[in-house]
Every structure is written in structure tokens, then in C-alpha cells.
Design a protein around this ligand. Structure first.
Ligand code: SF4
Length: 412
């Protein structure tokens, strides 16, 4: 590690201690788990805690030392005791050692919808914080949503802090009121609520285009949060030139833009990104094509616009899964998305050649914070009658957030 990296880590640790909601430098944490060999094997939690400088949630020492076999037996036993009172949701980016306990797997929105269709009083969401919030918003008041590790946030969602977004919205309103706020599903409940309260809407990576069209029917401009890249890629698909999409930098007065730039922009893009999907680049695509001339390059629209343009196909997590699963035997795919999903696709499709565009194996650092020991711990807490790590979105936030989600659902 170089001196400057050490300094950045020390600084980040200090910031994190001062303000636990300070944006964790997940790229740095991620690098602790990145490796050149594809052997992401889960170790006892105590060992994994030693690899990271971020404060993962502390749980009793007795859980930290459990090995894979002990965890497996205890989790399976707890699941059989809880039976129909429990549904475990597993996001596609979770590690295999967690996903194997999931009753339902999917992307964040699909899982939250599925949760609301279940009768189980306890919903344990193996994913990140905003996903559990969405599940709490969409499930009934009789259901309790639990996130195994409270430190499992999403670095992209955390890049749009509520107060910064309120300030930005107020600033934009001083220049124009003909603007619709659109937030990606990967945002906090508070941001979804702000959109709901201000005639705005939520979108997913699969319906961003029709949602943009709806938003332009309401107003001249879109204020898109929190992923700059999904916003730009969607705008480009609708034929909006790059010059009419301006990046709003929350660390600068008026987003770092002039009044004329704000007036002339069709889309104002919040300066946020996914630390996983922005790792992919053109060199990796060129290398894949050089090595395998018949390769299909398939990427997620959270990747940068040059990568999306250079790829053969781009689409949501579910699109990526369907494309690979429905392809002919012998197909070759270089995929630009989270490594746990890429590895699972490769294992489930042994008749095809599937690999990650990035030769470094880097899981999503925040998804990775859900270790099976946390799952074991929260299941025990339910059985003991003292459920822990409950995600409870307050009523006002939940109501407005639901309005913005429902607007999306009404779009055909
Ligand atoms: S993959 Fe990106 S968007 Fe998804 S949880 Fe991780 S940081 Fe957030």
C-alpha cells in the first residue's frame, strides 16, 4: 500500500468515526477483497473483519468464530423452526454462501414485490439497506423486515444525502420549475419520498426509458438521482445529446453549473456512481474481443456511457440473466456486472463460456458485508422473540415513497 493510500484510509476512518453516515470509501474497502485468483471463499466472520477497516456491525463473539459447517447447520435448523413465518430474500449479488439460504432470489425491486406477496411475518433481506427499506415500504404493517448487517449500505445510494438533494432541488427551482425528479430504485427511502412529495417518480434499470418519457410529458427537464451513468445512458437512448445532460455536483455551489447551463439542460444528472459497474472499461472489452472474436459483451447500464456504447448488449440484472440462460450452447459472454452473479451464471451454464470483463475479482463491498454469521444471528433473534436489525421506515416517508413507486407502476 502506498503512503497516499494509507493517508486516504486514515482520513476515511476518521471521517467515518465522526459521522457514521459519512460516505464509506467502498472502492478502498472493495480493494481489500479484490484478488487475481477467483477464489472468493467465505472465511469465519472474525477473519473477514480483520480484512476491512470499515465498521461492519459488531455481533457476539460466539457467532464470529463459527465455521461454515456450524453456520450451515444452525441456519438450516432456524429456518426449519421458523417455517412459514419466515421468508429469506437473496439479491443476485450476494455470495453463494448466503444465497443458498434464500427462498426467493432476484433484483431489489422484484424481491420487494415478492415480499409483499408473501404472508410470512418475518422478511429477512440479504441485500443492502435501501432494498430492505423498499421491502418495508411495500410490505404490510404486519410484516417485519430485517437486514442481517446494518452496515450493508450501498455506496451509490449514500452519495445522494437527503439534505444535499433538498438544497439542490431548491436551487434548481430558483432557475426553473419545469422539472421532474426521477430517482433510481437504488436510492434511500428518504429520496424516494422527496420525489413522491414533489410529483416525481422512481425507475428501475429496466424501465428507465419509459419513465423518462413520462417525466418529459410532465415537464421540460429531468433531475435524475443518484446514478449519473444510468441517467446518461437512458438520455442517450432517447436521443438527448451529451451537451444537454449536465452533471450536478453536490459539493459545488449550484451543482457547479451556470444558470444558463441549468436552463439549457434537458437532464440534470446527480454526480453519483456504482463502485462495481464503473470498474469496467474499453480496454477490457477490446481484450475480450481480441481473445474471443465471437464473444458477446453484455453490461449493466450503471456502466459508463463509453462502455455501454462499446458493448454488444446492455440491460438490467434480470436482462443479463435471461440473455445468458436463453443463449445457445457454446455461446461466449464477457459480462460487466457484479462478480458473484457472473460466477453463478458460469456455474449454472456449464455448456457456455462466461467470464467477467474485469480480470480482478471484486465483489460489491457492501453486499459482501452480509456474511452467513449475520444471517444466523438475526434468525436466532427472531426465534428468541427479540428480533433485531428491524428496518422501519417512518409513516410519512413511507407514504410519499410509495406514491413515487406507484407512479412508476402505472406506466405501461
Ligand atoms: S452493486 Fe453498486 S448499486 Fe448495487 S449495491 Fe453495490 S454499490 Fe450499490
Amino acid at each position: 500500500m502506498t503512503t497516499s493510500e494509507t493517508e486516504r484510509i486514515v482520513q476515511a476512518e476518521e471521517n467515518y468515526k465522526k459521522d457514521p453516515l459519512y460516505i464509506p470509501l467502498t472502492e478502498l474497502e472493495q480493494s481489500a477483497f479484490c484478488q487475481t485468483e477467483n477464489n472468493l471463499i467465505t472465511k469465519p466472520l472474525k477473519e473477514e473483519l480483520q480484512s476491512t477497516w470499515i465498521n461492519w456491525q459488531k455481533i457476539p463473539e460466539s457467532y464470529q468464530n463459527l465455521d461454515a459447517n456450524e453456520l450451515d447447520q444452525r441456519i438450516l435448523k432456524s429456518k426449519s423452526i421458523l417455517g412459514k413465518d419466515l421468508v429469506v430474500l437473496g439479491h443476485h449479488y450476494q455470495r453463494d454462501e448466503v444465497i443458498k439460504y434464500a427462498d426467493i432470489t432476484g433484483d431489489s425491486y422484484l424481491l420487494s414485490l415478492e415480499a409483499s406477496r408473501q404472508n410470512a411475518p418475518y422478511v429477512v433481506f440479504c441485500g443492502v439497506h435501501f432494498m430492505a427499506e423498499t421491502a418495508d415500504i411495500l410490505t404490510s404493517s404486519d410484516q417485519t423486515v430485517i437486514l442481517p448487517n446494518m452496515a450493508a449500505g450501498c455506496s451509490m445510494a449514500d452519495m445522494a444525502k437527503t439534505n444535499d438533494v433538498i438544497d439542490a432541488w431548491d436551487d434548481i427551482q430558483t432557475i426553473t420549475t419545469s422539472v421532474t425528479s426521477v430517482t433510481y430504485m437504488n436510492s434511500t427511502a428518504s429520496i424516494k419520498s422527496l420525489c413522491g412529495e414533489n410529483n416525481g417518480i422512481v425507475c428501475t434499470s429496466s424501465n428507465a426509458q419509459p419513465v423518462f418519457e413520462w417525466a418529459f410529458d410532465q415537464n421540460e427537464k429531468i433531475f435524475f438521482l443518484p446514478d449519473e451513468h444510468l441517467g446518461r445512458n437512458t438520455g442517450r437512448k432517447l436521443g438527448i445529446p451529451e451537451s444537454e445532460m449536465m452533471v450536478w455536483n453536490p459539493f459545488k455551489p449550484m451543482g457547479g453549473l451556470t444558470n444558463d447551463e441549468i436552463k439549457s439542460a434537458k437532464v440534470l444528472l446527480w454526480k453519483g456512481h456504482c463502485s462495481v459497474h464503473t470498474r469496467f472499461n474499453i480496454t477490457q472489452i477490446n481484450n475480450a474481443r481480441e481473445k474471443f472474436p465471437d464473444v458477446t459483451v453484455l453490461v449493466h447500464p450503471e456502466c459508463t456511457n463509453d462502455v455501454v456504447n462499446a458493448a454488444d448488449l446492455n440491460g438490467s440484472t434480470e436482462f443479463i440473466i435471461d440473455t445468458v440462460n436463453n443463449s445457445k450452447p457454446g455461446s461466449i459472454f464477457a459480462i460487466g456486472t457484479e462478480i458473484n452473479l457472473v460466477n453463478r451464471l458460469a456455474n449454472n451454464n456449464p455448456d457456455k463460456q462466461i467470464f467477467c470483463l474485469d480480470s480482478m475479482v471484486c465483489p460489491c463491498a457492501t453486499m459482501y458485508r452480509v456474511h452467513p454469521a449475520y444471517l444466523c444471528w438475526v434468525l436466532d433473534s427472531i426465534i428468541e422473540g427479540k428480533p433485531t436489525n428491524i428496518i422501519n421506515v417512518d409513516e410519512k416517508t413511507s407514504n410519499f415513497a410509495k406514491i413515487s413507486v406507484n407512479r412508476m407502476l402505472e406506466i405501461k
